[in-house]
Design a protein around this ligand. Structure first.
Ligand code: PBG
Length: 330
């Protein structure tokens, strides 16, 4: 029975002061929730701004080290490295992916030498190495062939692990590749290399700026719908996640991020592995465009969106806004 004429529950009570809002906050975003994607380019002393990702550049291997040091200082625990392979080295068989001295391997070694306690994550997929921009090897009809691609991905993961990668992240969406990579890592003496599976990766229109950054956009023939997921499907994402966990993934990722928070929440409710999301390049570009147009405050948009990932159940988020967010939070 309520003795008062007005409802005794006033949910605005705990919102009235900042101290009180702090006390009851259900979600905490910290720099240690962030993974910072960085792009690598050939040469030395090079910084190349990426037009469709304002504020993000490709760095040559010698200059990536300063970015890694900055991550460490800001309390960001892990960086994700992506190479822009010189066009002349992109071939039908993607053989440059297996060169132990390729751009990504040189970058991994440089970062691990300079900042050994910073985690390094690398993408396992062939799109920076194929002549047609696909994540795998295509047959004469342009179809990306699964098992042949998977064999190459296993070799690629081993090359990256040998160079010092701490987390290999298959982003290709071939069937069965997580299990194959896990077995190969065990056999090759890399029992502690983690696998973060891009488990529920959708065929999305939000990847455009990334493809500019790694130089595959202009090369890409057709689309990736025969291997990346259909945005209309959610149950299928749970099947993808279940398989990747069974095959030996340590973490699973949902990608893109904000438009797919329902998937994050479902995965988190069903499984007890760490869940990550990738706030992808098109999402970053939307926030930057909104800020540039005066339609929103960049800092507030960044912190609100990243907090939403945590609220939905993410252990962490890959985001190009990582250094800005870490600075704001620090
Ligand atoms: C490639 C890969 C992509 C992204 C990460 N790894 C693009 C794609 O699948 O076409 C997208 C990341 C982003 O847009 O920020 N395997």
């Amino acid at each position: 029975m309520n003795p008062c004429p007005f409802p005794s529950a006033r949910l605005r009570r705990t919102r009235a002061g900042a101290w009180s809002r702090e006390l009851v906050a259900e979600t905490r975003l910290t720099p240690s929730d962030l993974i910072w994607p960085l792009f690598i380019t050939d040469g030395s002393g090079v910084e190349e701004p990426i037009a469709t990702l304002p504020g993000v550049s490709r760095w040559s291997v010698d200059r990536i080290v300063a970015q890694a040091r900055e991550a460490r200082v800001l309390g960001i625990p892990c960086v994700a490295l992506f190479p822009n392979t010189p066009v002349g080295l992109r071939t039908e068989d993607a053989s440059e992916a297996l060169n132990p001295d390729n751009l990504i391997c040189r970058a991994i070694r440089a970062v691990k030498d300079a900042v050994p306690d910073l985690g390094v994550l690398t993408d396992v997929a062939l799109d920076p190495y194929t002549a047609d921009g696909h994540d795998g090897i295509t047959d004469e009809r342009g179809y990306v062939v699964n098992d042949e691609t998977s064999k190459i991905l296993v070799e690629q993961a081993l090359v990256q692990a040998s160079a010092g990668a701490d987390i290999v992240a298959p982003s290709d969406m071939m069937d069965g590749r997580v299990g194959a990579i896990r077995c190969a890592l065990e056999e090759a003496g890399h029992p502690n290399v983690q696998i973060m599976a891009y488990a529920a990766k959708y065929a999305s229109a939000f990847y455009g700026p990334f493809r500019d950054a790694v130089g595959s956009r202009g090369l890409l023939k057709g689309d990736k719908k025969s291997y990346q997921m259909d945005p209309r499907n959610a149950d299928e994402a749970l099947r993808e996640v279940a398989l990747d966990i069974a095959e030996g993934a340590d973490h699973v990722m949902v990608k893109p991020g904000l438009p797919y928070l329902d998937i994050v929440a479902k995965v988190k409710a069903r499984f007890d592995v760490p869940v990550f999301a990738y706030q992808v390049s098109g999402e970053y570009a939307m926030i930057e465009a909104a800020a540039a147009a005066g339609a929103g405050d960049r800092d507030a948009l960044v912190l609100e969106t990243l907090t939403a990932f945590k609220r939905a159940g993410c252990s962490g988020v890959l985001t190009y806004h990582a250094p800005l967010a870490a600075r704001l939070l620090g």
